[in-house]
Ligand binder design. Structure first.
Ligand code: GLP
Length: 263
């Protein structure tokens, strides 16, 4: 696992956006096959998305041959609800880039047959050739996508019950009323994310410090599902100084030294 530490979230977001852009361009330079990208929601990726949008508008990057799959969606929230992950993605990314509509995949949280919806999502990912890169965030309890504590690290796309903590944290998007936050969500599984050829996780702010400590230094455990990244051959956490505040000084220095040596 690599840990890229930047002064603040803006610098880290720029790093991530340019890293993703370079990966898309590198694949386009060697093959006509699409770049398959996993995407996340939340406050954390906003600046990364803004920079990707800027690059597309400046003609520096194209999503014409990108196929994307979002990691999760609330169950029962209308697609047009401002806090649905559909709304989030179109508002912050898809409305501003040149990714063809048919290449955009987001789980349908209103599907009548949830099991069929989740199985079909996994099938579509396989059909696309599997993920080249999965961009994710992390919950304050260390969850990846909506894989709450005690999700199997072998899990696949499915419906999950959100923890009280996650609903409380996300209530800030629902007028601070936890009762407005859906109790269920559809999410890709931990194994779905870890099957990606590369995984990039963003984490900013002191509120993520405990999650990063558990994920980076703790044991691999279903209690902190991001810890599954320890078994991935190409996992990178891109973070700011505040979010690594709970790491051991030696760990922090080592990650800095690795980056300096590879620069
Ligand atoms: C939700 C999402 C996750 C996201 C997490 C962190 O739980 N399902 O995918 O990583 O929130 O959100 P934020 O970036 O707002 O801290």
């Amino acid at each position: 696992m690599k840990v890229i530490i930047r002064k603040d979230s803006s610098e880290a977001s720029l790093w991530a956006a340019h890293y993703i852009a370079e990966k898309i361009k590198a694949k386009a330079a060697r093959t006509d096959e699409p770049f398959v990208l996993g995407l996340c929601t939340g406050s954390t990726p906003l600046e990364t998305y803004a920079e990707l949008v800027r690059m597309v508008k400046a003609g520096e990057l194209s999503f014409k041959n990108v196929i994307s799959f979002n990691m999760d969606e609330y169950v029962g929230l209308p697609v047009e609800h401002p806090e649905s992950y559909h709304s989030f993605m179109y508002t912050n990314l898809f409305n501003h880039i040149d990714e063809p509509e048919e290449n955009i995949h987001i789980l349908n949280g209103n599907a009548i047959d949830v099991e069929a919806e989740c199985a079909e999502y996994e099938r579509q990912i396989q059909l696309a050739g599997g993920f080249d890169l999965f961009l994710g965030g992390v919950g304050e309890d260390g969850h990846i996508a909506f894989n709450e504590p005690f999700s199997s690290l072998q899990s696949r796309t499915r419906a999950v019950t959100l923890t009280y903590d996650t609903r409380a944290v996300n209530s800030r998007f629902f007028g601070n009323d936890i009762n407005q936050v859906p109790k269920l969500a559809l999410t890709v599984g931990v194994a779905t994310v870890l099957d990606s050829r590369e995984v990039v996780i963003l984490a900013f702010g002191h509120k993520k410090a405990r999650a990063l400590k558990d994920a980076i230094e703790g044991p691999i455990s279903h209690y902190c599902t991001l810890s599954g990244l320890q078994n991935h051959p190409a996992g990178t956490i891109v973070c700011d100084e505040l979010s690594v505040g709970e790491l051991k000084v030696d760990s922090y220095r080592y990650f800095k030294a690795v980056e300096a040596a590879e620069a």
